[in-house]
Design a protein around this ligand. Structure first.
Ligand SMILES: [Zn+2]
Ligand SMILES: [Zn+2]
Length: 328
């Protein structure tokens, strides 16, 4: 038996044990047996989160210790990002997003089925791909990354969305944990965006977890506090810490504002190159946004203050966008 098979068997055994001994008894005691299937997926998500975070931590934390861009004596601001990461990767935020979105998506799926609309899968269009699961995995990854590029770019372009996304950018101590630092409403919108695209292109369930783990390790790497670049050619292939650091730079290159920024790509810099948003800067700039409120200690390490500020900014931007003064 090969190593991968042994690993998968062990994974299923741990998942079964957790379900039987930790999750199932309270669910049955509360008369919530109908949620067992969701609980099974939840446990799987949790275990993959533990696995992904362990790999990210073991690989990336030593890089931060060996080649730090910045040394911080006070790591309080990093701690709030650790909190965001655990809530996100171990399933608390995704579970809430799933609970809020699943009725909408069940309705949408039902409507599609009722009207005999079956979203085409890539394998339907290119049947020969069935024999090459790795190639089809890569095509799905490319399509999802293209959609993520536009989600990210729009979150900088639309003022109401930027009011939420600015929370991600307000971190001055950027580290491997910063990837999950997002406003909860931004997570909800991002979750809906991803789910709609995944539904439209018919991502096979078997690919889904693999796609998520792959994307997330690169995302953690992109935020790492380490002096790492992939060189001029490498940075055309995959987003590096230096490449994404320029996306977070306090002082952006001439002609670029925070909101309109540069380097929006999540995995593949090709999108920035194609759509004219690429900036291949030298050095490792300081990160954050030039806003006295967002840089203040009252904001820097406080989860609920960040959530409140994001919502207030979002409401203000939305009201301004809908204001009759803007109408002709
Ligand atoms: Zn951004
Ligand atoms: Zn980022």
């Amino acid at each position: 038996m090969n190593l991968l098979q042994q690993f998968l068997d062990g994974f299923v055994r741990v998942q079964g044990w957790l379900l039987d001994h930790v999750v199932q008894p309270p669910l049955l005691a509360l008369g919530l047996g109908s949620y067992l299937e969701v609980a099974f997926d939840g446990v799987e998500f949790f275990l993959y989160g533990v696995l992904q975070l362990s790999v990210a931590y073991l690989l990336l934390r030593p890089l931060e210790a060996l080649r730090p861009v910045e040394q911080w004596t006070d790591r309080k601001a990093v701690r709030v990002d650790v909190l965001y990461t655990f809530l996100d990767r171990l399933g608390i935020i995704p579970l809430a997003v799933f609970a809020l979105l699943s009725p909408v998506f069940l309705g949408l799926e039902g409507w599609l089925r009722f009207h005999d609309i079956i979203p085409p899968q890539i394998e339907d269009l290119l049947p020969s791909l069935e024999a090459y699961p790795l190639v089809s995995f890569f095509i799905y990854l490319l399509i999802l990354d293209f959609a993520e590029y536009w989600r990210h770019r729009l979150s900088h372009t639309l003022r109401w969305w930027w009011a939420l996304h600015v929370i991600h950018h307000s971190q001055r101590q950027m580290s491997l944990w910063t990837d999950s630092r997002n406003h909860l409403l931004d997570d909800l919108i991002g979750g809906a965006w991803f789910a709609i695209i995944a539904l439209c292109i018919g991502v096979p369930p078997g690919h889904f977890v693999g796609l998520m783990v792959a994307v997330r390790i690169v995302e953690n790497l992109a935020h790492v506090n380490a002096r790492i670049s992939f060189g001029r050619w490498g940075e055309q292939m995959l987003v590096s810490p230096r490449y994404h650091r320029w996306h977070h730079a306090v002082d952006l290159p001439p002609g670029r504002a925070y909101r309109l920024g540069c380097n929006f790509a999540i995995l593949f810099p090709i999108w920035d190159r194609l759509f004219g948003t690429q900036y291949l800067g030298e050095g490792m700039p300081a990160t954050g946004v030039r806003s006295p409120e967002l840089a203040s200690p009252a904001h820097a390490d406080r989860f609920w203050v960040q959530q409140k500020d994001g919502l207030l900014g979002f409401g203000k931007a939305l009201r301004a966008a809908l204001s009759p003064r803007r109408l002709p």
